[in-house]
Design a protein around this ligand. Structure first.
Ligand code: HEM
Length: 517
C-alpha cells in the first residue's frame, strides 16, 4: 500500500514530462547565462590585481548615481595602497588607473598602445548616423587624424582672434537681453537657459553665419535650441545604450542607439544649405573670419561632400555648445555662492575694459583671476568626469614595486578624472571653491602630472579648448561687468551632479538674482 502511494508520488506521470523538460531547459539556460555573465570575473585575480567584487549585470556600477560617483567610491577605497585596480563596467572588465602618473603614461607617453577611446564602439551604425560618424571622437586611424587636423586648423588662436567681432556682437545681445529682463522686474533668472542661449547664439553666427534669435527673449521657447537639447540628450542615451547593452551587445540593435537625432541631422543640414545660398546670393554676407568660410575653402580644396561639411560643423557644435555653456554657468554659480571672489573678479574685469566698455581678445586670454576662477570651476565640476581608453597594441604597465601588468589589445583602461580633481592629496580642501589655489600655478605642469585633466591630455586631448575658453570668459565678463549675482530662495545649494545628463553638472534649474550695478 505504502509502496503504491510512493510510486504515485515519485514516478513522473506522462503529463509531467513536458513540465520537467521545461524546468531542466530553463535551469540549463539560467546556468549558461550566469556562466556567460560571470566566467571572466577572475580576470584581475589572475593578474594579482585587487578590486571590488562585481554584481551580475551592473558590475561595479550601482545604477543609482552618476557614474563619476561610482568610479569615485572605488577610487577612494583603494587610493591609499594601490596604483591600479580591476573593476567591471556592467560586464566589461576595466583597469581603473588610481595613480595619475600612470594616467599620463596612458594618454601621452604610451599613446601608441592606447590610441582610441570608446567612441567607435558607441557609434553602433555609421550608415544610420552619418553626421555623428564625422566627429573625431568616434573615429580612429587615419580618418581620425585627418578630421581632427582639419577641424583644429579652423580653431587656432589666430582664427578665433580674427572672428572675435562675432563674440562682441553676441555679448552685446546678451547684455541687451539682461537689461530688458531686469528692467521689467524679473531679476531672478534661470542661468542655465540664459547661458546656453548665449553659447548657441555664438555657434549659429560662427558656424553658419545665421542669427538664431535665441537672445531675443527668455520667455519664448526657441525651436533650434529645443532641437539641440534633444540632440545632446540623445548623445547621452546613445552612450548609455552602449554600456547598458554590454552584457548582451546584440541587444543594441533594439535599443535607442543613435548618437545624433535624425531631426538634428536634418535641421543642421538645412542650416548649412541656407547659409551657402545666402553667401552665394550676397557676397557681402560673407564673414571671412568665421568657421563656415574656413569649411567652404576646405571643401573646395578637398572636394568634401555636403554631409562631410555638415559633419565638421556639427562636430564643433555638439562638442562645443553644451560643454562650454555648462562651464560658464557653473562659474557664475560658484561666484554667486562666493561674493568675495565675485567682487575680486569684477574689479579685475572693470579695470581691464577698453574705452568702449568691451574687453579685447588678448586681455581676455590673460586676465589672471578670471583664468583662476574658470580653472577652479573646471576642477570642481569637470564636464567630463572620466576617460576610457581602448588598448590598441598589447603593452605593460610597470608599477612602482616593479610588477608588470600586461594589458591586452582590446582591453579597456579608465582614468577617473573627477577623482583626481577631488583628491585632497593633490588639491587641499577639494570641496571648497578657491580660485586662488591656481595663482601662479603652471596648469600644464598639473596636466603633465596627470592630476588636472578636464580637457584630457595627449594627441586626443580636447581640440576646442581655446574656443571653449572664449565662450566661457566672454559670458562671465558680460554678466559681471553690469550685474552683482546674488543667492535667492531658488538658488540651489552647492552642487549635486545630475545623473541623467551627458555633461556633468548641477542637478535641476539654476536660478540666480541679478542686481544691476
Ligand atoms: C570647457 C569646455 C570643454 C571641455 C571641458 C572639453 C573636454 C573634452 C574632453 C575631456 C575630451 C576628451 C579627450 C580625450 O578623449 O582624451 C574632449 C574631446 C573633444 N572636444 Fe572638447 N571640451 C570642451 C569644449 C570643446 C569645444 C568648444 C569644442 C569645439 C570644437 C570641443 C571639441 C572636442 C572634440 C572634437 C573632441 C574629440 C577629440 C578627439 O577625439 O580627437 N570641445 N573635450
Amino acid at each position: 500500500m505504502v509502496l503504491k502511494k510512493l510510486k504515485k508520488v515519485t514516478a513522473p506521470s506522462f503529463e509531467m514530462v513536458p513540465l520537467l523538460v521545461t524546468f531542466v531547459l530553463l535551469a540549463t539556460v539560467g546556468f549558461l547565462i550566469h556562466k556567460y555573465l560571470t566566467w571572466h570575473y577572475d580576470t584581475f585575480k589572475k593578474l594579482g590585481i585587487v578590486g571590488p567584487a562585481p554584481k551580475i549585470w551592473h558590475g561595479n556600477f550601482t545604477g543609482k548615481q552618476q557614474i563619476a560617483y561610482d568610479y569615485d567610491d572605488i577610487y577612494n577605497k583603494y587610493r591609499q595602497k594601490h596604483q591600479i585596480v580591476g573593476m567591471f563596467a556592467y560586464r566589461q572588465p576595466q583597469f581603473l588607473i588610481i595613480d595619475p602618473k600612470l594616467a599620463h603614461e596612458v594618454l601621452v607617453t604610451n599613446f601608441k598602445s592606447f590610441r582610441n577611446n570608446l567612441g567607435k564602439r558607441f557609434l553602433y551604425d555609421k550608415e544610420a548616423d552619418p553626421v555623428a560618424a564625422l566627429n573625431p571622437f568616434f573615429n580612429v586611424g587615419e580618418e581620425w587624424k585627418t578630421i581632427r587636423s582639419d577641424i583644429m586648423s579652423g580653431l587656432t588662436h589666430h582664427k578665433l582672434s580674427s572672428a572675435y567681432t562675432i563674440w562682441k556682437t553676441c555679448t552685446e545681445k546678451l547684455g541687451k537681453l539682461l537689461s530688458a529682463q531686469t528692467a521689467k522686474g524679473s531679476s531672478i533668472i534661470e542661468t542655465k537657459d540664459l547661458v546656453l542661449r548665449y553659447t548657441f547664439n555664438i555657434m549659429g553666427e560662427f558656424l553658419w553665419g545665421i542669427e538664431t534669435k535665441t537672445l531675443e527673449s527668455l520667455d519664448e521657447p526657441n525651436h533650434y535650441l529645443e532641437v539641440s537639447h534633444r540632440l545632446i540628450h540623445q548623445v547621452f542615451h546613445g552612450f548609455m545604450s552602449y554600456y547598458k547593452c554590454l552584457p548582451f551587445p546584440w541587444c543594441r540593435r533594439f535599443a535607442n542607439y543613435r548618437i545624433f537625432t535624425a531631426e538634428s541631422d536634418h535641421m543642421f543640414s538645412q542650416f548649412t544649405k541656407d547659409a551657402y545660398v545666402l553667401r552665394e546670393r550676397d557676397a557681402s554676407k560673407t564673414n571671412q573670419a568665421d568657421f563656415l568660410h574656413y569649411v567652404r575653402q576646405l571643401q573646395e580644396k578637398k572636394s568634401l561632400s555636403h554631409y562631410e561639411v555638415v559633419g565638421y560643423l556639427l562636430a564643433v557644435f555638439t562638442d562645443g555648445f553644451d560643454t562650454s555653456g555648462t562651464v560658464a554657468f557653473h562659474t557664475l554659480f560658484y561666484l554667486t555662492h562666493h561674493p568675495e571672489c565675485q567682487e575680486k573678479l569684477r574689479k579685475e574685469i572693470l579695470n581691464n575694459l577698453e574705452a568702449d566698455g568691451n574687453m579685447n581678445y588678448e586681455t581676455l586670454n590673460v586676465l589672471p583671476y578670471l583664468d583662476q576662477c574658470v580653472h577652479e570651476t573646471l576642477r570642481m565640476i569637470s564636464p567630463i568626469t572620466f576617460k576610457s581608453r581602448l588598448c590598441t597594441e598589447s603593452t605593460e604597465i610597470v608599477l612602482d614595486d616593479g610588477r608588470r601588468i600586461p594589458i591586452k589589445k582590446g582591453q579597456v583602461v579608465t582614468i577617473p578624472v573627477f577623482s583626481y580633481l577631488h583628491d585632497p592629496e593633490y588639491f587641499e580642501d577639494p570641496l571648497e571653491f578657491r580660485p586662488e589655489r591656481f595663482e601662479n600655478v603652471d596648469i600644464s605642469e598639473l596636466t603633465k602630472r596627470g592630476i588636472f585633466l578636464p580637457f584630457s591630455d595627449g594627441p586626443r586631448m580636447c581640440l576646442g579648448r581655446h574656443l571653449g575658453f572664449l565662450q566661457i570668459k566672454t559670458a562671465i565678463v558680460e554678466v559681471l561687468k553690469n550685474y552683482r549675482l546674488k543667492v535667492c530662495d531658488k538658488t540651489p545649494p552647492i552642487a549635486k551632479l545630475d545623473s541623467h545628463a551627458l555633461i556633468n553638472g548641477v542637478d535641476g534649474d539654476l536660478f540666480i538674482e541679478y542686481e544691476r550695478l
